[in-house]
Design a protein around this ligand. Structure first.
Ligand SMILES: *[C@@H]1O[C@H](CO)[C@@H](O)[C@H](O)[C@H]1NC(C)=O
Ligand SMILES: *[C@@H]1O[C@H](CO)[C@@H](O)[C@H](O)[C@H]1NC(C)=O
Ligand SMILES: *[C@@H]1O[C@H](CO)[C@@H](O)[C@H](O)[C@H]1NC(C)=O
Ligand SMILES: *[C@@H]1O[C@H](CO)[C@@H](O)[C@H](O)[C@H]1NC(C)=O
Length: 338
């Protein structure tokens, strides 16, 4: 996307955020990290870039998507002098969510973002990047989703079957996509997915993660964090929707088997930890800090040595500049979480 378009998109989001009570409240620092967490910038892209999402390969390498240009990169966080361009998705403006849909195959939401609607109708699709046993990954389209308005979060539903769930922030629905056959259906739809009726930007359901039979989800502008039990085959709800917190306007997040989440709170330049009972605290960052300016997503390392490392992607605070003025290049930061 051209910079001007991106800036307009950003200020649309900004208007929505400042006009509604979504700015994260002053959460306290988590008690166990009063002295802060060790951090390291793994890789920083040029000023103006926006890293939207992150996934970790079994070999420990990071896959990161860019919103400002339709590109997927691979970064070795142990040797991160470079980011390797995996694919330029010609014909789109942006990449959004990414998730491992079957072993070493990653599904990505791609499409066009525009000023007024957030997403351009008839532009969204799901693609995969297949890294299995190959020297060069094979990148191919799974399916267009023409009725989508703003595909955003992607999570595996059943890795054996290669099925995923994909959130649409503007429609307020979750699609189930079979990445092998290319078929898709609307699996979930609920009032808690919808953008607030009066928000100036259609940003409802955003990050989604399926863990232990539940889909956990964030609605950014509502704001709301909740979960619903889902059927592994159909993706349909098998029980009631449960609200966990209404305090944090987050983007994407990671959640463990016990239901504890680490969330990227881009509006506050923070990572928040949210327990299953909704109790929340700040793990890293602060509203005036550039440590993780404009956090967009998080993912824990997968190798034994890196399981305690939380990788954070950032937008460089382009939507909500730090202190109202400071922006920088989107980056990947490693935080040591114990
Ligand atoms: C939207 O409506 C809610 C509830 O009536 C109100 O608190 C909020 O300020 C409104 N936001 C905007 C952006 O008008
Ligand atoms: C999406 O954006 C690309 C690149 O700007 C453009 O070529 C394409 O026509 C757009 N597609 C739609 C459906 O808007
Ligand atoms: C934001 O403002 C605070 C308070 O004045 C200051 O300490 C901090 O360094 C500023 N942040 C940036 C990125 O300039
Ligand atoms: C990034 O670019 C913006 C817009 O040109 C500028 O205001 C800002 O100072 C730049 N940030 C850095 C860290 O150079």
């Amino acid at each position: 996307m051209r910079l001007q378009t991106l800036l307009t998109w950003s200020s649309t989001l900004l208007a929505a955020a400042t006009a509604s009570p979504v700015v994260a409240p002053g959460l306290d620092l988590c008690p166990n990290i009063r002295r802060g967490v060790a951090s390291r910038t793994v890789y920083e892209f040029p000023n103006g870039s926006w890293i939207e999402n992150i996934a970790v390969r079994a070999n420990g390498n990071l896959l990161v998507t860019r919103l400002d240009t339709p590109e997927l990169y691979e970064i070795d966080p142990r040797n991160s002098a470079t980011a390797k361009l995996i694919h330029h998705f010609t014909g789109y403006t942006s990449l959004l969510g990414i998730s491992e849909s079957s072993p070493d195959v990653f599904s990505v939401a791609v499409g066009n973002l525009s000023l007024t609607t957030g997403g351009r109708p008839q532009s969204f699709a799901i693609w995969t990047a297949d890294f299995k046993g190959k020297t060069e990954p094979k990148v191919s389209k799974v399916t267009d989703i023409p009725e989508a308005l703003l595909l955003n979060g992607v999570t595996a539903l059943d890795r054996k079957a290669g099925t995923i769930l994909v959130s649409d922030s503007a429609l307020g629905v979750v699609f189930r996509v079979d990445t092998r056959s290319g078929t898709y259906t609307t699996a979930l739809e609920d009032d808690t997915f919808k953008p607030p009726a009066n928000a100036s930007s259609p940003l409802g359901i955003n990050g989604i993660r399926v863990v232990d039979g539940h889909m956990y989800y964030v609605n950014t502008l509502r704001p709301l964090y909740g979960r619903v039990p889902v059927d592994r085959a159909s993706g349909k709800a098998t029980g009631p929707y449960q609200v966990i917190s209404t305090k944090i306007a987050a983007d994407d997040f990671a959640v463990d088997r016990k239901g504890t989440a680490h969330m990227a709170v881009g509006v506050a330049n923070e990572i928040a930890k949210v327990r299953p009972n909704g109790k929340s605290c700040v793990v890293a960052g602060s509203p005036g800090s550039k440590l993780i300016a404009g956090a967009t997503s998080v993912a824990f390392g997968r190798t034994r040595e890196e399981k305690h490392i939380l990788y954070v992607s950032t937008s460089g605070a382009q939507a909500w500049p730090v202190n109202g003025t400071y922006t920088e290049g989107g980056k990947i930061v490693a935080l040591e979480i114990h």
